[in-house]
Design a protein around this ligand. Structure first.
Ligand code: MN
Length: 263
């Protein structure tokens, strides 16, 4: 136990004794003897914030259940944002300027102090990946179809829509532990399917990701962390990967493809 924990549990005991009041269980009446609740430490409020879900939590049922969406967005994504802000707070206090666009910011992790890079990669990646993921999904029947240009590129680079789906499902199923399966536009303007561990993003660049992770612009990403599917699918990750096709926002994927090709 470290010193701060000892101190906290000591203060906690004092508070319990004080709150218990007198021997008859009555609260202390004198305001002078009532301890004020300790002020909560201020949570860092920026520079990054949790974006709202673009649809209600039950909008993706039955592919993704409402409870999973509530926890995934309201707890997991929120924690990435809070932890990222907390990791950056001392650096910002020391004069660091942070690019407010998380997709830009995560390309610069290697410029941060070495002891902060892992926390920022994990939580900054988590914030970037989830902010993108919510937009890449849409209620069944509302996501449109892949554009003609995207279909042509999938035919050319990935052997057609069926093979593409099979390959991205396989990359997600084969990812050991936690990570993501991606459709990216490579720097050579080709489509490719890649998988990253943890919260690494293809945007981060080779220097900031695990060895052999591919770099590019993600236009579709599928979260294969257990928190994304376990309540409904338990160990059946491949079933989750099949069901997600019903809620892909092809309008968004197609628009991201067009933008990536213009870069
Ligand atoms: Mn997730």
């Amino acid at each position: 136990m470290d010193a701060s924990l000892n101190r906290r549990s000591f203060l906690g005991s004092v508070a319990v004794v004080a709150a218990a009041g007198n021997a008859f269980g009555q609260a202390q009446k004198s305001p002078g003897l009532t301890p004020a609740p300790p002020p909560a430490p201020p949570a860092p409020t920026g520079p990054f914030t949790l974006p709202p879900l673009p649809y209600p939590p039950d909008a993706l049922e039955p592919s993704i259940d409402a409870e999973t969406m509530r926890i995934h967005h309201g707890k997991h994504h929120a924690a990435y944002v809070n932890n990222l802000n907390a990791a950056l707070a001392p650096l910002i206090a020391g004069g660091l300027t942070v690019d407010p666009d998380i997709d830009v910011f995560i390309t610069k992790i290697s410029t941060l102090p070495a002891d902060k890079q892992t926390a920022v990669r994990n939580n900054g990646g988590g914030h970037a990946n989830h902010s993108l993921f919510w937009k890449l999904l849409a209620p069944k029947g509302k996501g449109g179809e892949p554009s003609k240009d995207l279909v042509a590129a999938i035919d050319r680079d990935l052997g057609g829509m069926d093979k593409f789906k099979e390959a991205i499902e396989k990359a997600g199923a084969a990812r050991f532990g936690s990570g993501w399966s991606w459709l990216i536009v490579t720097p050579e303007k080709k489509l490719a399917i890649v998988s990253t561990p943890n919260q690494d993003s293809p945007l981060m660049g080779d220097a900031q990701m695990e060895k052999n992770a591919a770099t590019g612009t993600p236009i579709l990403g599928i979260d294969v962390w257990e928190h994304a599917y376990y309540l409904k699918y338990q160990n059946r990750r491949p079933d989750y990967l099949k069901a997600i096709w019903d809620v892909v926002n092809w309008n968004e994927v197609s628009s991201r493809y067009a933008k990536a090709m213009q870069k």
